[in-house]
Design a protein around this ligand. Structure first.
Ligand code: KG4
Ligand code: ZN
Length: 338
């Protein structure tokens, strides 16, 4: 406890970011250190789970020390340890969980395991001090695509999910076939600004009437088929036009479903979360549609959209406040239900 504030140190290592943050009273970020492995995985065209785990192991102690130093505190000041326990790459998660448990045991600090998606949602509490549940949330990341109703700081029910690829996964795969490199989301975001979103009409997949589920694998295949058929005919490919047209097909569906869900849940608030929430066109489009429908839209800054420790610390804080403490039997889970 420092200045009467509860200090949480939180670990996030579910994919390719080794991240540790120190936050005060759940919402005040004292440090948020992120060591990204993007430069390593550029050479592979995607994340290699074993290599990611090895780098987490090499980095985690340094990242933790930096987080403590930047926050101006020591382990003696920490009141609570938070850690992502799943879902994610199990070898990667294990490094965060094992480190968090070791610190918890050695310094006798309570520990709380966090569901990664609850962490993404919690990024909004940090960005917007006035935000409180209930609200509707769209979680759009590399591993998840969900529409959820958040009824409490630790209570959330899933209204819809992807039936195949996650939205970020679709961005990354399309970027790969366009030769844009990894990670594809930011590359498509950038190049699409120079393209015509109506150049190629890719089918919008809404699924059954009123369904809040998503499907992106057909769209990904349609992009691949379009490129292959153009190549066979010897036609030149305009990467910016294809990227813009793909992105428009994704955004048309995602925004319509999210806004419809927000209207149906009737809380007047829509919260965006996850790495894809940093997408420029998605943010702009949702902003316009929410303004028209008089729905308050919350989107975190880009650094809080992608994986980070602060969002995990915030989610851990609220679990702890509700008495949902973990213990040293905690494990890492590749698949973790809500
Ligand atoms: O939330 P996140 O950091 O990790 C997961 O929990 O999966 O999300 C990473 C995903 C990647 O697929 C990445 O390509 C995508 O977010 N992404 C973007 C943008 N920035 C990151 N997708 C579209 N536009 C962006 N600007
Ligand atoms: Zn994530």
């Amino acid at each position: 406890m420092k200045d009467n504030k509860l200090l949480t140190m939180a670990f996030e290592s579910s994919c390719d970011e080794t991240a540790v943050a120190v936050i005060a009273d759940g919402r005040e970020v004292l440090s948020n250190v992120i060591s990204s492995q993007i430069d390593i995985f550029k050479n592979y065209g995607g994340v290699v789970p074993e290599i990611a785990a090895r780098h987490h192991l090499e980095n985690v102690n340094h990242v933790m020390e930096q987080a403590l130093t930047e926050a101006g505190v020591t382990l003696e000041d920490i009141d609570l340890i938070g850690v992502t326990e799943g879902p994610g790459l199990v070898g990667a998660l294990l490094i965060g969980v094992a480190t968090a448990k070791a610190v918890s045991f050695a310094h006798d600090i309570p520990i709380v395991g966090v569901h990664h998606i609850m962490g993404h949602i919690a990024a909004n509490y940090i960005q917007f001090p006035e935000l409180a549940p209930p609200f509707t949330a769209l979680i759009a990341s590399g591993g998840h695509t969900n529409i959820a109703e958040v009824t409490g700081y630790t209570k959330c029910s899933i209204l819809g999910s992807t039936r195949d690829d996650a939205i970020g996964e679709a961005y990354d795969k399309v970027a790969r076939v366009l030769g844009l490199g990894y990670p594809g989301g930011p590359k498509i975001d950038k190049i699409a600004k120079e393209g015509n979103p109506e150049a190629v009409h890719f089918k919008r997949v809404f699924l059954e009437k009123d369904s809040m589920d998503f499907s992106f694998s057909g769209l990904k295949t349609a992009v691949l088929n379009h490129i292959n058929s153009a190549k066979q005919k010897g036609e030149e490919i305009n990467r910016a036009d294809i990227a813009a047209s793909f992105q428009q097909a994704v955004i048309d569906v995602v925004c319509q479903k999210a806004v419809e869900a927000a209207k149906k849940m009737n809380h007047g608030k829509l919260v965006l979360a996850g790495g894809v929430a940093s997408n420029t066109k998605l943010r702009e489009t949702l902003r316009k549609q929410c303004d028209q429908e008089k729905i308050e839209l919350y989107i975190p800054s880009a650094v809080l959209c992608t994986d980070n420790g602060a969002m995990i610390g915030c989610a851990a804080y609220y679990k702890y406040k509700e008495g949902k403490e973990g213990d040293l039997c905690m494990d890492a889970h590749a698949n973790l239900p809500f």
